[in-house]
Design a protein around this ligand. Sequence first.
Ligand SMILES: Nc1ncnc2c1ncn2[C@@H]1O[C@H](COP(=O)(O)OP(=O)(O)OP(=O)(O)O)[C@@H](O)[C@H]1O
Length: 782
Amino acid sequence: MKAGTKPVTKKAPKLAAKNGSNQNINNINNNSNNVNHSNGNGNYLSSGSSSDSRRGISPSPPSVPRSRGSDDSFPENSNGSVYTDSIVPEDNINVTVRIRHKRYFDMNLNINIDLEGLNSVPGCTGNTKLFSFNVVFEPGATQEDIFQFSGIKRLIEMAVAGFSTTCFCYGQTGSGKTHTLTGPPGLFDRNPDPYSENHGLVFRSFMHLFRQLQERPETHFVLKASFLEIYNEKVIDLLNPGSSRKPLAVRWSKKTRGFFVENLFTVDCEELDDLLAVLEEGMRNRSVGSHSMNEHSSRSHTILTVNIVSETQMENGVFISKQGKINFVDLAGSEMTKKTHSEGKTLEEANNINKSLMVLGYCIASLSDSKKKGGHIPYRDSKLTKLLADSLAGSGVTLMIACISPAKSNLTETLNTLRYAARAKKIRTKPIIVMDPREALILSLKREVSALQNENEHLRHALHLAADPNRLLGSKVELRTPPNIDLERVAEMDGAELAELVRHYATENEALRHENAELFSTRELLFRDQELVCRENERLLKKLEDVNSVCCRSPIIPARPNYSSDDVTLLSSSDVWTNPMNSTAGSLNGHAPKTKDKVDGRMSPKPPHRLPDSIQKELDKLQIGKSLDGINESIKKRASRKSTWENGKAVKATGVNGVNGKDGAHDDEHRSTRLPYLPGSKTGIRRVPSVDNIFVLDRNNSNQNRERIFTSNYHPRTDRSLMSTSVDRLEGGGSGFAIGSAPLRHRSYNSLNNIEYNYDAPKKLSRDPFGSLISLSEEDDR
Ligand SMILES: Nc1ncnc2c1ncn2[C@@H]1O[C@H](COP(=O)(O)OP(=O)(O)OP(=O)(O)O)[C@@H](O)[C@H]1O
């Protein structure tokens, strides 16, 4: 039987369905010459003759949205966030298919299959089923091939540019989803080899991401990562599961008009190492089970998210921040419980997996049907679809990797997966960049100024006023006040005199605008400096807290005195760090700042900072005063989101699982925080020196416990309770502690949200534990 011979293109031409179905059918690997051949070794999905067929790839480049630059308009959405629409209106979900490696092919079923086999598949009446996808990877494709040609690189680049992107793997159980995303089982169990060629898309994407960031030294990036799983319809934080694996709530955010996981642990990732640590940790904690089709079957859907906030200075001095992100979603495989012989717990898991995948299927079907798209989409029917809603049909860019098995025994499941994928490919999303409203406002003000300048230019031209624009717009514009004119005299002026007068005023007008723009950007720079100081201060405070907590626990070092808020007010004002945002915001509004200086024992209000009258007048004319209020408001909000300041003391506003934060807060998104960390770790996740590391040893503990802490190969799922017991004792204080150094063996988290460092037998115990800690932390920071 011969299939069509249309050339390979991105959007494959629609062929008439031979079997009467109106499905968009095309060659399964976009190369129709060989679709109906068996390759003689049992694979009914055979390789094509594309240029990359040597590597088993039939690529056709996924569509790349074009940017129209940053000067486009900023439509405001219903919740006040301002978005750019700097991208082509809509983008299809890109769909890639990977056929699992034949090494894992069931050899008992290694028989030649021609497409007649399709007749036996329920619902399949014809002999040919053709589908169209962006790229198809045949069994010989390597992990690097998937990375290079699947379109994931483009996804990362878009995330860096500020888009919300998602890569998800779908397919039946054992079809290679986890292998594609993260690699073979056991890769992350212990000391993963960074050079292993088995690493999947996530690891390779992280490397690519950091390469991208390094190529943009002019942009400041902040990365935060989270990792969760949906196990039996419960959301579990894989970075902070706790001993009871307490489920987290999925809530609706009015602000972003999307679902989010409340109190999800997010980790600041300053270095590649931090991202990799997040990946390792999540992989160790995820739920894995075994059944007859896969010894290491994922029993949950996992979502690893990297949020990328970027801040770039534009040509006109304005700082623009964008919030991109990339989600890696490893869906649990659909499974026929008869085939997998699931029972008991595995059966319950399978039912939950199938149920949520069914809801995902309904959503995809509704979204791909143009008639139903405007109607009800059942996102709320499962946690998975709630969290994927934006990726499926919102403002994101999505890549689906459909994994299929080459075995004939899996023909039905393979066809189902391909149908699923073909439907997903019809879905269109509308990618947008989410921007900070404050910065978007400044940009629009800048645009307004430049429109006014253009208008002036036009008027000058119309009045035949010779004006050298370079002179006016040069870096140094001279302000020349035009002569005072008696209005009655104007009537008597001749044309030339009037023209000269208008020219004078136009010049002054131009110069004032220019100066105004300069003032604006200077002020912006000041705001940014203040924000940086705030952040740095928070970081230092956190570090101080940690050092202090170690001191408190140490029997040798006297505890640092605790200052109450009253004590703080008695200190001289120069000793107390006050949040500059408060005073700045007050002064910008022309109100007296709330902070007070202590002069001669009395509190005297600070004089309000005011802008010079001339400038204020000019700003009022342009109604910029109003905008300033808006800007101040949003700065205040920003500042209060990070920390609230009471009586000169910082109070942390963020928390983990309700430890510091409020449980049940509906209006808050992810509570961003650092993992609790030992002094010296910038990121809170770890900075692992290769040879020696610090350890804390409970002297009063038995050898048995010591062993557990230092030498056991701690496995989160088996040893958790033992670890928490010993750590409880450590945390409880009261007993004596010693601190020393030992070779690091393994790192993990315990139920108290602390990082667990497991060491080989300690080399020596330090006599001065605190000194040892400090010196190590300094070394670590370098
Ligand atoms: N392309 C491939 N090359 C080599 N091995 C592969 C490939 N694809 C899958 N495997 C192996 O097949 C086995 C099953 O794969 P994997 O666990 O990734 O499937 P899965 O789709 O994630 O299954 P589940 O849904 O049950 O979690 C693993 O041992 C994996 O390493």
